[in-house]
Write a protein that binds this ligand. Structure first.
Ligand SMILES: Nc1ncnc2c1ncn2[C@@H]1O[C@H](COP(=O)(O)OP(=O)(O)OP(=O)(O)O)[C@@H](O)[C@H]1O
Ligand SMILES: CC(=O)N[C@H]1[C@@H]2OC[C@@H](O2)[C@@H](O)[C@@H]1O[C@H](C)C(=O)O
Length: 366
């Protein structure tokens, strides 16, 4: 176990929207964030995205050689660009997530990455939590708690990640540690960009709805939205988590609509899922800080602003980087794992007791 000294860690995340690998450095002792360092991005090409998309839903033991080689080489490529890291946090590519079923599967072998980089690599962050009865996700909440401290927050606030899937963390920064009862509440809100991307690709051959430009031209189909909100997921108490394609059927709800109305409706569904989620906050947050690619979607942001009493701002409003927050989270969590500090607790994943997930792969001499 590392002593409680500050060090630079390098984190990498390949998210559910399959757009690419984010990597970023954080200086931390596993509790306090001292500084944010450089970051880099390595996009997946359309061909690579197709390889990953074909691997979605697969479990270890299935035919994954090509996708695994791709995930590992893309990570090696981007992580090799950095100097000065003492260890690496490697999330991997989530292919399947069934915490109450077959478990959770993040593709990519951290031991191979450790060999390639010559650095200790922390990986497989989610399995231990699932084994102990947790959802295994979301895991960024303990980092969000540290971010709330870093920005000097004194009142409860919430972080919303609008990635392929959405997740929210409500934080009370008056607590000393995130695992204390009442300090955080976190869960996945619902689908966010993944269905929009899927529809844009299928109908228009485009990767996503840039800035919400197409949604802006359409109207939300209220009937489809109501059917979507009937999903039992929205009645479940948190913590709770989702697989990328848990809501794949929602595409069917907009199947008869024209492109603009269909995208507007999927955008409205993502926002409505967040608004449902906000009802679970123990106290109203004083602000909602939005991270992830969806913060660029002006229509989605406007829908949230129109319905909420508190300011809804991109995390850049407080000096954070919304493109890199998840990569930074896994840098931070890697240091927590190395120090034996918990990475999740009952109010973030539903795990029975606070747990330090993750496996550390070391290379000789390091
Ligand atoms: N300018 C933009 N306008 C609208 N949407 C955008 C824009 N930029 C990015 N996005 C959306 O954000 C997505 C990428 O978001 P992000 O990188 O946060 O997701 P992720 O990390 O892969 O997902 P997750 O957090 O679920 O793991 C893109 O696929 C796209 O749908
Ligand atoms: C199983 C899995 O990979 N889940 C992701 C996904 O993408 C967003 C949401 O669903 C969140 O639960 C999680 O990622 C972030 C980084 C998290 O664990 O906090």
């Amino acid at each position: 176990m590392l002593k409680a000294e500050r060090l630079w860690a390098l984190g990498a995340m390949s998210g559910t929207s399959l757009d690419g690998v984010d990597a970023a450095m954080v200086e931390t002792d596993g509790a306090t964030i001292y500084a944010f360092g450089p970051s880099a991005y390595r996009a997946y090409s359309a061909e690579e995205q197709a390889v990953l998309a074909a691997a979605l839903g697969k479990w270890p033991g299935e035919d994954l050689a090509e996708a695994q080689a791709l995930v590992e080489s893309a990570h090696l490529e981007v992580l090799s660009r950095f100097d000065g890291a003492a260890l690496v946090g490697f999330h991997g590519q989530t292919l399947a997530h069934e915490p109450r079923g077959r478990g959770t599967h993040q593709l990519g072998d951290g031991a191979r990455l450790a060999e390639g980089l010559g650095l200790p690599v922390v990986w497989d962050f989610r399995s231990a939590d699932v084994r102990l009865g947790g959802e295994g996700a979301p895991l960024a909440p303990f980092f969000h708690f540290a971010c709330a401290k870093w920005i000097g927050a004194t009142e409860p606030l919430a972080f919303l990640n609008l990635g392929g899937v959405g997740n929210i963390t409500w934080v009370d920064p008056s607590f000393a540690r995130p695992e204390e009862a009442g300090a955080v509440l976190a869960f996945d809100t619902g689908p966010a960009n993944a269905p929009i991307n899927d529809l844009m690709l299928a109908r228009r051959g485009e990767a996503f709805d840039r800035d919400g430009a197409l949604a802006r031209q359409g109207e939300v189909a209220q009937g489809a939205l109501e059917l979507f909100l009937d999903e039992p997921y929205f009645l479940r108490m948190p913590p709770k988590s989702l697989d990328r394609d848990t809501f794949a059927d929602m595409i069917g709800l907009v199947g008869e609509l024209g492109d603009a109305d269909a995208v507007a409706t999927l955008t409205g569904m993502a926002a409505a899922a967040v608004l449902r989620g906000m009802e679970h906050c123990p106290r109203p947050p004083v602000r909602l800080l939005v991270t992830g690619g969806g913060r660029h979607n002006r229509v989605m942001m406007q829908m949230l602003r129109a319905a909420l009493d508190c300011p809804v701002e991109p995390v850049e409003a407080v000096g954070l980087d919304g493109d890199m927050l998840e990569a930074q989270a896994f840098a931070y969590l890697a240091v927590r794992v190395a120090r034996g500090l918990p990475t999740s607790c009952a109010s973030t994943t539903g795990v029975r007791a606070a747990v330090s997930g993750g496996t550390i792969s070391r290379v000789e001499g390091v």
